[in-house]
Write a protein that binds this ligand. Structure first.
Ligand code: URA
Length: 270
């Protein structure tokens, strides 16, 4: 736990323990590397070289992703969303819950919990994602028959035209955006919102994800900032997923479309 939380090797931690540099908050020396530290005990505090550290088993954070940052751990050309999480507990283990394009801002969740990440992105759970959108011009109303360029039929849970002053403050306000809308999808296909509006006759100029399940992007959270989040809250108020084998995705839709692997820079819009 000390190795994971402080970003050290096990050997480095063994040395610290042996040298008496790790204490409990009461000042008692901790030098037994086999001392149990169970998830059920909750986060535990240790003091290493006089500095207190809270040891976490699992961590989830909500990032306000700015425009111009890629959803990736590493990228040769652009700053990464991952770099913005520096300083978060268990930073090395955090994985993005889905991806946002380079030009998209808004709510990007991260977690160290692989099971939860799978549930949050798997099509079977159909977690609704709401986006606020600035558009180059008028568009047709979507119909259930709407088919995208790759034949995919998007599941649009809700949509509406809306005035600019009803858009989330995190949506970029480009001068070329003439119309605004809100759209909620229960899937996370590659460039899905952009491709939906292209099929409806216009172009997305500004795009911001404002909600993932029941978790909203806090309006006061500055771009680039992150905060701790309870990801179980995503499912609060949603209907339970239909019964079925946990790991099988429908042939037409794979959980890999949104983030069950490490984000790849080539997937991003530029
Ligand atoms: N749909 C898109 O087109 N882009 C995103 O970043 C997210 C959803």
């Amino acid at each position: 736990m000390i190795a994971r939380n402080l970003g050290l090797s096990r050997r480095q931690v063994t040395r610290l323990l042996r040298a008496g540099r790790v204490l409990d908050p009461g000042g008692m020396r901790l030098d037994d590397a086999r001392l149990p530290c169970l998830p059920s005990d909750g986060p535990r505090t240790v003091v290493v070289d006089g500095v207190e550290h809270l040891l976490h088993h699992r961590v989830s954070v909500l990032l306000h992703k700015p425009v111009g940052v890629v959803t990736a751990h590493e990228d040769a050309r652009h700053p990464t969303a991952y770099a913005l999480l520096r300083g978060a507990p268990l930073h090395r283990e955090l994985r993005a819950v889905g991806r946002l394009d380079l030009d998209t801002s808004g709510l990007l969740l991260w977690t160290t919990d692989g099971t939860l990440l799978h549930r949050l992105t798997h099509p079977r759970y159909a977690v609704p994602r709401e986006y606020h959108v600035g558009l180059a011009g008028p568009f047709c109303d979507p119909t259930p028959q709407l088919r995208l360029d790759d034949g995919h039929v998007p599941t649009i849970a809700a949509w509406r035209r809306a005035p600019l002053d009803e858009m989330h403050p995190a949506l970029r306000r480009s001068a070329t955006a003439r119309e605004h809308a809100s759209i909620t999808l229960t899937s996370g296909r590659f460039h899905e919102v952009r491709r939906i509006f292209a099929a409806l006759g216009t172009e997305v100029v500004d795009l911001c994800r404002v909600r993932y399940g029941s978790i909203e992007l806090p309006p006061e959270l500055p771009a680039g900032a992150h905060e701790a989040v309870d990801l179980h809250a995503v499912f609060r108020g949603l209907s339970p997923a239909p019964e079925g084998p946990e790991d099988e995705a429908p042939a037409s839709e794979s959980p890999e479309d949104e983030g069950s692997r490490s984000a790849r820079p080539e997937d991003e819009a530029s």
